[in-house]
Ligand binder design. Structure first.
Ligand SMILES: NC(=O)c1ccc[n+]([C@@H]2O[C@H](COP(=O)([O-])OP(=O)(O)OC[C@H]3O[C@@H](n4cnc5c(N)ncnc54)[C@H](OP(=O)(O)O)[C@@H]3O)[C@@H](O)[C@H]2O)c1
Length: 284
């Protein structure tokens, strides 16, 4: 059985640790955070692990998860390297979505294999996270041998591993940000625009959320280009001019225009070049 040290047993750290322990294929070894109470609480949640009050108290382990906030990963990697606990052949990984394994560079001289594992999942509540983690896609990136070993780790936890190309981390995370965060922004702007039509909040929410849900289902089945409906793909300039005339809020207008321009590209197969140019002129 492989052993795993947890550095930073916060929301993600303790969730993955408990899943690893429950899998029966990993034994949680040491658990370290700066505040003793956090470590004690985490060990109780995980159901395993030795209390460590400093990094140099960590026992030797096969794998090390640095589940500290992104901004602390490089410093903690430096501190861990200075402890000389990590040995050649160990695997050290962090869980940042945007940064790659290079953040762990201070550990390079130890001979350990370095990587990052990013579960595309929200660990807001660890108990809920453990219950619903199954089939979560997890992006792997870093040293080949580390990725090979971590594939088994992710599978043991019930996740679905996939590997990113070298240098792909920032684009990967930008993609998730657009899909998850900007979808929320889009819903908010759509609701605000519905308010301009005098629609009651409750009705506006049903209107917008049902349409978004239906559109998401269509995208999933048909793909983005075939799921596209509406004035742009119909080449309906007059309708778009009417929209632009009522969008007085600068933020809403800017978003409507830039999404409109991107939508012309998506609709390019259905509208001829001169219609595309006319639409671009309206949005610009
Ligand atoms: N939460 C999510 O949904 C999610 C999803 C995907 C990826 N991630 C990634 O997972 C990582 C952890 O995020 P999180 O949300 O789990 O953070 P979190 O809940 O804030 O937990 C951070 C943990 O790190 C410890 N810590 C903070 N600074 C430290 C330091 N300098 N040295 C040692 N321990 C330190 C904290 O305990 P002390 O304060 O006691 O030190 C705590 O146990 C991040 O890289 C994040 O991007 C998170």
């Amino acid at each position: 059985m492989k052993t795993l040290n947890i550095i930073g047993p916060g929301r993600l750290g303790k969730s993955l640790a408990r899943l690893a322990q429950q899998s029966g294929r990993y034994q949680i070894a040491g658990v370290y955070a700066r505040f003793a109470q956090h470590v004690t609480d985490a060990i109780a949640f995980i159901g395993a692990g030795d209390f460590c009050s400093s990094l140099d108290q960590l026992p030797a382990a096969d794998l090390y998860l640095l589940a500290v906030p992104d901004g602390a990963i490089a410093d903690v990697a430096r501190e861990l390297a200075a402890c000389h606990i990590v040995k050649a052949g160990n695997v050290v990984f962090h869980a940042s979505g945007v940064s790659d394994a290079a953040l762990l560079a201070p550990l390079q001289d130890s001979g350990a294999y370095l990587a990052s594992v990013h579960p595309a999942f929200s660990f807001a509540d660890p108990a809920l996270a453990v219950a619903s983690f199954n089939a979560t896609l997890c992006a792997l990136e870093g040293d080949q041998l580390a990725c090979d070993i971590l594939q088994y780790f992710v599978l043991a936890l019930g996740g679905k591993p996939f590997t990113l190309v070298k240098g792909g981390k920032a684009a990967y995370h930008a993609s998730l940000t657009m899909a998850a965060n900007y979808l929320v922004t889009l819903a908010d702007l759509s609701l605000k625009t519905a308010q301009m039509a005098g629609i009651e909040d409750e009705i506006a929410q049903s209107l917008i959320f049902n349409l978004m849900q239906q559109t998401l289902s269509n995208i999933k089945v048909l793909g983005p280009a075939a799921a596209l409906t509406g004035p742009i793909v119909r080449g309906d300039e007059a309708t778009i001019e009417k929209h632009l005339a009522v969008l007085k809020d600068a933020t809403i207008l800017r978003c409507y225009q830039s999404m409109g321009l991107a939508t012309i590209d998506l609709a390019a197969a259905h509208i001829n070049k001169s219609k595309q140019a006319a639409l671009q002129h309206i949005f610009a």
